[in-house]
Write a protein that binds this ligand. Structure first.
Ligand code: HEM
Length: 404
């Protein structure tokens, strides 16, 4: 049976219910994204994993998305995701070149060296939270957001007086309910802010990764990053480097506080924090859906669904995490004792997340430090349930009220 494309809620409300519905339509279903963009949404873990590792699937719209090449959708929300010139939208050897220049900065060993500074930042934020006279806080604003934000800004040398603007602009990119005018205004400001950072570090190089990126040259051909590649790579690492980890910390705290039995097991030392982090990533991945990939040629899936050449594909991470075919009938339950928590929340294949060790380290420091400092931490629902970020891409809370 052929279905009309399912129109995705731009605000991401009920995205798990949407995934359930789409599962009934085959291994990939047609969806309509904001602005009328049609894409294939894989509905099963194994199908998504297979497509993420398939050379016949590209992330480069300039080579493989005919509608984009014809000038369509350029001045909409999708521009900030696919109209960038960095590893995120590169294919084949160009992807390897762009990724090679940044990935040495994020190896597990280098990341582990950041531990003392992350611990210090977490302790400082907790001290400040403890001073709240009414014993209440918005955990996102007071802790989950500033910690990854400060870490990534220190790494890339973004001056403190530009950090609030950077956070606002990244939130603007995550918001998929914006008008085309709002999206283009955010885009313009991003270019100015990060262009300013590049200019500053060209003039006054310092001990930070922006200065390293400017100076880096390819070993083989001696080429460096172009101005646009520099700006867009900074947008990728500063954006991906904080908003996702903010959501991971917020989602883990919310899940634990709503499952007190499991929290007790964790605090008693029976369940390691790493299990909390992995189960949170499976159950509530910080990136629920990621635009876009494109079929380089016609692709036929095992159940006969055909994705025609040039059609966009959405990476459906939230749906994959709760696929009953992969995780059983209780796939939708949060269970830190689940033996098999395998997930695709950091992606899979050549675009696998460069910052996964950093994200895991930050969460592994932030979560125990928070619960040690405030053993009686509880959700504050006096003003209703915590609101979600308005996005079908980012998955987390825009505010998380707690009592200390
Ligand atoms: C919980 C935290 C995080 C999550 C859930 C996450 C998720 C992801 C996902 C799903 C991808 C694959 C994108 C795709 O489908 O093609 C990705 C790629 C990427 N992530 Fe993360 N990420 C996180 C933290 C970070 C951090 C801390 C950084 C640090 C700088 C980072 C940098 C990147 C970069 C540069 C890429 C692009 C890799 C490429 O295209 O080759 N991420 N991330």
């Amino acid at each position: 049976m052929t279905h009309a494309p399912h129109v995705i809620d731009p605000a991401g409300r009920g995205l798990h219910a949407e995934a359930e519905l789409l599962r009934t339509r085959g291994s990939a279903a047609l969806v309509e994204l904001p602005g009328g963009i049609r894409a294939w949404a894989p509905t099963q873990y194994t199908v998504l994993k297979q497509l993420l590792a398939d050379d016949r699937v590209s992330k480069d719209p300039n080579q493989h998305w005919p509608a984009w090449m014809n000038g369509e959708f350029r001045e909409t929300w999708v521009n900030s995701w696919v109209g960038v010139t960095n590893m995120f939208t590169a294919y084949g050897s160009n992807h390897r070149r762009l990724r090679k220049l940044i990935s040495p900065a994020f190896t597990k060993r280098r990341t582990d060296g950041l531990r003392p500074r992350i611990e210090e930042l977490a302790a400082g934020l907790l001290d400040r939270m403890a001073e709240a006279p009414d014993g209440r806080a918005d955990l996102r604003a007071a802790y989950a957001h500033p910690l990854p934000m400060q870490v990534i800004c220190e790494l890339f040398g973004l001056p403190e007086d530009r950090q609030a603007d950077a956070a606002r602009l990244i939130a603007g990119i995550m918001d998929t309910t914006v008008t085309p005018e709002q999206a283009m205004a955010v885009w313009q400001e991003v270019q100015e802010l990060l262009g300013g950072l590049v200019a500053l570090k060209r003039e006054t190089p310092a001990d930070d990764l922006t200065s390293v990126l400017i100076a880096t040259r390819d070993e083989e051909d001696g080429s460096g990053l172009t101005e646009q590649e520099l700006i867009d790579t900074l947008l990728l690492v500063i954006g991906a480097g904080h908003e996702t980890t903010v959501n991971l910390i917020g989602n883990a705290v919310q899940a634990l506080l709503s499952h007190p039995g499991q929290l007790a097991g964790v605090l008693a030392g029976e369940i390691p924090w790493s299990d909390v982090i992995e189960e949170t990533l499976r159950w509530a991945p910080s990136i629920a859906n990621l635009p876009l990939r494109y079929a380089v040629e016609d692709i036929e899936l095992p159940d006969g669904v055909k994705i025609p050449q040039g059609d966009p594909i959405l990476a459906t991470y939230a749906s994959a995490g709760r696929d009953p075919l992969r995780h059983g009938d209780d796939a939708a339950s949060f269970d830190v004792t689940r033996v098999d928590k395998e997930h695709l929340a950091f992606g899979y294949g050549v675009h696998f997340c460069v910052g996964a060790p950093l994200a895991r380290l930050e969460a592994a420091i932030a979560l125990p430090a928070l619960f040690e400092r405030f053993p009686g931490l509880a959700l504050d629902v006096s003003e209703g349930a915590a609101p979600h970020v308005e996005s079908f891409i980012g998955y987390g809370y825009s505010e998380l009220r707690v009592t200390l």
